[in-house]
Design a protein around this ligand. Structure first.
Ligand code: PMV
Length: 307
């Protein structure tokens, strides 16, 4: 049996503007993972068992735009092997539609499991490129940030269509993550932003520029170990995301709760409209923020260290 996995991710700064070639910063989240097992079967078919989606089907019966079937086909073509005689078991603790990269993590884990099974070395760049093809199914214009940070498993400063830049985290810091419990497809928020940008180009270009400049400042702060300044940058980023129209009442409830509990910065994470919210916390505030979030109705809270 071959087994592989891939972590979740959060976007610390720059979602949405990254689709329009502004820089963004993302980091892996190792507390949640997608895991894939391949088991040999004595049949001329490939079975897919995706329990989290409550789906069992064969590759041969999958719909043309099925993301799991697509990454299997693409990976087998890249490895030059036949997609037959296998059961592919997919499990994930990453919430679906939560802005934590569940789709990209499943793709990367599948690509890795097949490479391992057929004893082929697959670089992080290759796994990322395969997953990027599937991201295009989730929404037509992905920036590529999810597949990149998940395949490379390190903090990235990402600019669309440019080589990946890693950077030094001079001083570790702690991020708390809360799930609104609302699954929000990336496609809808990204599509709405695109239509709004088409209707009001100058205004949206200016919002994207301001978000990009926050991501640039945040990178410099992280590299200098100036963690204190990240909170204000997160709050400024959230104000701009609100102006883009991708926040929601549930997100704002968790934003207010975290600020009242002492977080120095809070923002939505990923496409918005639901999904997860992230806050900059420390040893003193992390428990207070987690408690405030649970009281305010958060489904799940994760504390992660960026280093
Ligand atoms: O799929 P999510 O929710 O992690 O959002 C991805 C981030 C966006 O900037 C909204 C889209 C993209 O392709 O970068």
């Amino acid at each position: 049996m071959s087994k592989a996995s891939a972590p979740g991710k959060i976007i610390l700064f720059g979602e949405h503007a990254v689709v329009y070639a502004r820089p963004a910063i993302a980091v892996p989240v190792f507390q949640v993972r997608a895991e894939v097992e391949l088991e040999r079967l004595e049949i001329e078919r490939l079975e897919i068992d995706a329990a989290d989606l409550d789906k069992r089907y064969t590759l041969q019966d999958a719909l043309p735009d099925d993301p799991i079937a697509t990454i299997i086909r693409l990976t087998c073509a890249r490895l030059n092997v036949e997609p037959n005689g296998l059961r592919v078991r997919v499990r994930s603790t990453i919430p679906i539609g939560g802005g934590l990269g569940s789709g990209a993590a499943v793709s990367v884990a599948i690509a890795r499991a097949f490479a391992q099974h057929f004893s082929v070395t697959l670089s992080a760049g290759e796994a990322s490129a395969l997953a990027f093809e599937v991201e295009k199914l989730h929404h037509g214009t992905p920036s590529g940030i999810d597949n990149t940070v998940i395949a490379f498993e390190q903090p990235v400063y990402f600019v669309r269509d440019q080589p990946i830049e890693s950077f030094r985290v001079a001083r570790p810091f702690t991020i708390a993550i809360a799930d609104t419990g609302i699954a929000a497809p990336t496609k809808i928020a990204v599509g709405d932003v695109r239509r709004a940008w088409q209707a009001e180009r100058a205004r949206y270009e200016s919002l994207f520029d301001q978000i990009g400049s926050i991501a640039q400042k945040a990178r410099a702060a992280i590299e200098r170990g100036n963690v204190e300044s990240l909170g204000a940058l997160m709050n400024a980023n959230q104000a701009l995301l609100r102006a883009l129209g991708v926040s929601s009442p549930e997100i704002e409830t968790l934003v207010d709760a975290a600020l009242r509990a002492g977080a120095s910065g809070v923002k939505l994470c990923g496409a918005g409209r639901g999904g997860n919210v992230i806050a900059l916390v420390d040893e003193v505030t992390q428990d207070k923020v987690a408690r405030a979030w649970r009281d305010a109705g958060a489904r799940n809270v994760i504390i992660t260290q960026v280093n």
